[in-house]
Design a protein around this ligand. Sequence first.
Ligand SMILES: [Zn+2]
Ligand SMILES: [Zn+2]
Length: 380
Amino acid sequence: MRRNTLLAAIAVLAASLAQSGAEHAAAQTRTTLDIYVVDVEGGNATLLVAPSGESLLIDTGNVAPEAAIRDAERILAATQDARLAQIDHLIVTHWHGDHFGGLAELAKRIPIRHFIDHGANVQPAPAADDFIAKVYPELYAKARHTVVKPGDKIAVAGLDVRVVTSAGETIKTALPGGGAPNPYCASFKPGENNAEDPMSVGVYIRFGRFRTIHLGDLTKNKEFELMCPNARIGAVDLFLGLHHGLNSSNSEVMIHATHPRVAIINNGTRKGGQPDVMRVLHTSPGLEDLWQMHFSQLSGQEYTVPSIFIANMFDDPLTAMPVAPIMAPPPGPDAPPPPAHNGPAYWIKVSAQTDGAFTVTNTRNGFTKTYRPNGRAGTN
Ligand SMILES: [Zn+2]
Ligand SMILES: [Zn+2]
């Protein structure tokens, strides 16, 4: 009996030594900024892990009870792949169910140390209002809570993370590398938006010479305020999110003026990737590749990218993608459900180096591509 207890104690000790050894080794061997674009079915969940091991998660997937569990598990899998023991900073970009939805479930699975948002919800909705009144305060009571404004920095060791939009406001002065007159402003056409999307917390992130941006669901009219008449944000290497590839965002003043080399859309099976957005992306100067979280029926074969760049299919995959895009059905209770994808999900992983080189990997098919620093002198 005593011998068994001793053996058990030794086993526990050995396991915990192995665990801390692995974490220590991870901290020592990490040299890249790793970004996981997690499939949360047309919502958003983007995890950034600095070489320091410090992490920043942007959004937590969908709100419906089963979707919240599914999405929290998918995010957790990414944290495990990155060998994280906690999420150091979480940005809730805005109070829509496809962004804060999995938060309560995720918080049951991994500690979250810092909660960041734009402040009060401005588009009353029972699920969001209930969450903000009852659940959210309990989560951040045990952690830090920050309401950010444009110009704020988020302290993540090894990264320069700047808030460029929040609560409907934008930065008023250009970031380093920005400030040039924006030639796309003259042809800008205003878009439509709901109340919460324009409130999105948007961040610009620099790691050495590598630059990326994630604007939540920021809409066209705010893109104009941010980028006109002078582009307050200069060139980026990687554009993340793109509001699921929806038409209410992604104007040329934003996309073309920042000339990303790579864009990754967090679209769903029948959300985003409409022809108008795909035209803007496919004509963006200097864009080398567009990667998609999903096949989207709204793109059809006509507008989508080769499937080698697409991370996820449907539970019932089609043998061939129809050439023509379909129109999204009008929203409401009569709309047929989009093609389901509750089975195995794949993230797109980006690994960036301080010299600006970065590699993008589609974990569904193992396809990987490296983008070497291209020395675009003067565009910063
Ligand atoms: Zn999916
Ligand atoms: Zn959204």
